[in-house]
Design a protein around this ligand. Structure first.
Ligand SMILES: Nc1ncnc2c1ncn2[C@@H]1O[C@H](COP(=O)(O)OP(=O)(O)O)[C@@H](O)[C@H]1O
Ligand SMILES: [Mg+2]
Length: 357
């Protein structure tokens, strides 16, 4: 059993408030991903859980007991960092069992555990190599093994894959998933990469400027963002977000901007008049070829195989994007109509808060 509770957790560095009164309970066996832009307080939060950083205020509980004053080594946590910092003069095997030696684990048990974890992360063939002879992906596996071997109840991982190239990242991401399923331990994983968060998490915790802005399953976060910030952060290509005005139009409300005017149906009748943002995900935009000479022309066609991205110029520095099936035939310059199904529309007020229907 291992449950992590953070209560009003706060960290100040001089005048910088890195983490603002954070409240979060992480259940036993859960895979939690803390995600947000650089500087939002993810690492600081993780380091406080691990015991490398003293909170300015608040409590950290492990299994119901306050651990604020416990040394890192007494917290039963395993931490994996972005830079894997292996001992350069020890071979891979010695790097992995280092933690066990420190705990005076017997030679025989060391060997047995070494065998187990190196099988688990598939590095048995590397054990006699030196770190300098290993690739980035191999080094990251070794770093994982070094943490796994000590059998902590909780794993804390700080951007463990961000130094790797895209293909390796995907591979090791799948590995993390498999490890979690196999070990059934608690994983707290930090990343700035929304895709990593979406694919790995049981529950995503979105942070911005030291604060949790939304928590939920990946699909909740994607389909029901609470704000412009969250809507913009998740999804690739990102949600189309168009600044404009909500105006009264007869008995209904219409969104108006220089290039997009969208009448909103009755369910949006309580939208406050004034400036705001209209949002629609690229995959929800309906692109219809226009026979009667629409003013809207496809700017750029980007075939990706299964899908094709269509770009439209806008007044802002961000193009409007639609995703269509890769089998559809489109050419740059051809006139089209863009339709926005009402059930896929997101609206945000001038503060960036979601306006719900
Ligand atoms: N040791 C430190 N001294 C001063 N400021 C720090 C220190 N560590 C982090 N910060 C500041 O705290 C904020 C959060 O940093 P961090 O937790 O590293 O963010 P993230 O991991 O999300 O990128 C940033 O503004 C950062 O500059
Ligand atoms: Mg960080």
């Amino acid at each position: 059993m291992s449950r992590i509770e953070l209560k009003d957790l706060r960290k100040e560095f001089g005048s910088v408030v890195a983490v603002k009164d954070l409240n979060l309970t992480i259940e036993d066996g859960e895979f939690i991903v803390l995600v947000g832009p650089s500087g939002c307080g993810k690492t600081t939060t993780l380091r406080m859980i691990a015991g490398f950083e003293d909170p300015t205020a608040g409590e950290i509980k492990l299994d119901g007991s306050i651990v604020n004053d416990l040394e890192p080594r007494d917290r039963d946590l395993g931490m994996v960092f972005q830079s894997h910092a292996l001992f350069p003069h020890k071979n891979v095997a010695d790097n992995i069992v280092f933690g066990l030696r420190m705990k005076n684990v017997g030679k025989e048990e060391q060997l047995q555990k070494l065998q187990e974890v190196s099988d688990l992360v598939r590095i048995s063939h590397l054990l006699t190599k030196m770190p300098a002879q290993c690739s980035g992906g191999e080094s990251q596996r070794i770093a994982l093994a070094r943490t796994l071997v000590t059998e902590p109840s909780n794993f804390l991982l700080d951007e463990p894959l961000s130094s790797l190239d895209a293909k390796l990242r995907r591979e090791l991401r799948a590995e993390c998933d498999r490890l979690h399923a196999e070990l059934q331990k608690t994983f707290v994983y930090v990343t700035h990469d929304q895709e990593e968060a979406m694919t790995l998490a049981d529950r995503i915790v979105v942070m911005d400027q030291g604060v949790i802005v939304q928590m939920g399953s990946p699909i909740d976060i994607y389909s029901d963002p609470v704000s412009y910030f969250v809507a913009d952060f998740f999804g690739n290509p990102a949600m189309n977000l168009i600044p404009g005005e909500f105006v009264q139009n007869g008995s209904g409300i219409e969104f108006k901007s220089d290039q997009f005017n969208v009448p909103l149906n009755e369910k949006f009748s309580s939208v406050p008049i004034g400036s705001g943002t209209f949002g629609i995900r690229p995959e929800n935009v309906k692109v219809v070829s226009s026979s009667n000479g629409s003013d809207r022309k496809i700017g750029l066609v980007e075939p990706l195989g299964k899908d094709t991205l269509l770009y439209f110029e806008t007044d802002s520095d961000r193009p409007f994007v639609a995703v269509v099936d890769g089998t559809e035939n489109h050419t740059a310059g051809s006139p089209v109509e863009l339709n926005f199904p009402q059930e896929n529309i997101f609206l945000f007020d001038s503060n960036g808060d979601r306006i719900r229907a």
